[in-house]
Every structure is written in structure tokens, then in C-alpha cells.
Design a protein around this ligand. Structure first.
Ligand code: E4P
Length: 217
């Protein structure tokens, strides 16, 4: 499973990239607002840090304007992945952009049938939003499983990018189902390493080692 970080915070991205944990980054208009930075400037900085795809989202809703914005975003760097809304105009743009050799991420997906449309439009990634479905009383993970089955039934190469992840358990369950990528908020990504028995075991080993009076090397 590939790990993308779901943030536009350059400091967090640099730290996780230095740990060797990052395969890419996803941003959206809300994350750009949170970062308080100019979209082109911050996206360029992120693209310079991370080798993998960096999703930058268009904000237009009509085909011609989506294509105009996509051209601006694509010029930022070679590893830009154009993020498009799951609408008819967004899907039309997805088809045109992928045919033109761009990476695309179709976002705001909440059903397997929407994901089927994105795959038919040639999307590089489909982003089903787990947490937002859970918030509404639905089971977001069930949608991930349905998309996995649909894509496997027909051999679609579109990668399932599990998004709107809120917990370590979301990451585990998405990995068990076989989502290709998880885009994870920085705090949740760091929390994946945590286990109380790891902390307790390390404490014991260090205490016993100190009692030996030895040093390695
Ligand atoms: C990423 O591509 C999505 O925009 C993001 O995961 C949405 O997460 P949220 O539902 O926590 O805003």
C-alpha cells in the first residue's frame, strides 16, 4: 500500500518525507486555506520535496474552465496530479487530461458506481471518502470493498486512493481490503507506529541494558 499525506503543511510533509514514509501528497481547497499559502507557491514547494504524485485540485465546475485551471496547475511541476470533481464535466476533463498524458485524481467519490465512471474516464486515482460516509451513518469501508471488487471484475487500472481517513483502524481496514493507496493526515500517519507494548518493551530493554554497564562499539 502506498502512503500519501493529506495536507498542504510543508513542514509536516518535509518531516514525513525525511522518514522515508511518503509516496505522494494530496491537497484540496480546504487544506490550502488551512495552510494560508498561495496555491501555486505552496504546491511548487511540495512538488520539490516529494518525488511521487502531488494532487492539486481545480476549483472550476464547468469543462472549459476546469481545463484552463488544469493547464495552470500542470505547469507547476512534472509530478502534479490534477484533482477533479466527480461530476460529468469533471469526468470529461479526466478523459481529456489522461489522454494527454497527465495524472488525474477524481475526488469526492461516495459510491462504487461513481468509481466505475471514473475508471471508464481513465482516472489514475479514484478518491472514495471513508470518514465523510461514516459521519453520515454509512459504512465508508463497504464502498472501498465494493470498488475493489468492481475494478478487479473488469481489470481497471485506476488506483483506489482511500481518502477522508480519520483513524489507524481506517488505514488497517483499507489495507486489508486492498486499497492501492491511503491518503492520511500527518498525525494519523505518525500514530501508525504506536503500540503500548512496543513502548513498554523498549523501556524494559533499555533498563536491563543500563544494568549490564556495556556499550556497543
Ligand atoms: C483527500 O484527497 C481528500 O480531500 C481528504 O482526504 C478529505 O478528508 P476530510 O473528509 O477529512 O476533509
Amino acid at each position: 500500500m502506498k502512503f500519501f499525506v493529506d495536507t498542504a503543511d510543508v513542514k509536516e510533509i518535509r518531516e514525513l518525507n525525511d522518514l522515508g514514509l511518503l509516496d505522494g501528497v494530496t491537497t484540496n481547497p480546504s487544506l490550502i486555506l488551512k495552510a494560508g499559502r498561495d496555491i501555486k507557491e505552496v504546491t511548487k514547494e511540495i512538488c520539490d520535496i516529494v518525488d511521487g504524485p502531488v494532487s492539486a485540485e481545480v476549483t472550476a465546475t464547468e469543462y472549459a474552465e476546469i481545463m484552463r485551471e488544469a493547464a495552470v496547475l500542470a505547469k507547476i511541476a512534472d509530478n502534479i496530479c490534477i484533482k477533479l470533481p466527480l461530476t460529468l464535466d469533471g469526468l470529461k476533463a479526466c478523459k481529456a487530461l489522461t489522454s494527454d498524458g497527465h495524472q488525474t485524481n477524481v475526488t469526492l467519490c461516495f459510491s462504487a458506481t461513481q468509481a466505475l465512471l471514473a475508471a471508464k474516464a481513465g482516472a489514475t486515482f479514484i478518491s472514495p471518502f471513508i470518514g465523510r460516509l461514516d459521519d453520515m451513518g454509512f459504512d465508508g469501508m463497504e464502498v472501498i470493498a465494493e470498488i475493489r471488487q468492481v475494478y478487479d471484475n473488469y481489470g481497471f487500472e485506476t488506483e483506489i486512493l482511500a481518502a477522508s481517513i480519520r483513524s489507524v483502524d481506517h488505514v488497517k481496514r483499507a489495507a486489508l481490503i486492498g486499497a492501492d493507496v491511503a491518503t492520511i493526515p500527518p498525525a494519523t500517519l505518525k500514530a501508525l507506529v504506536k503500540h503500548p507494548l512496543t513502548d513498554k518493551g523498549l523501556e524494559q530493554f533499555l533498563a536491563d541494558w543500563a544494568k549490564t554497564g556495556q556499550k556497543i562499539g
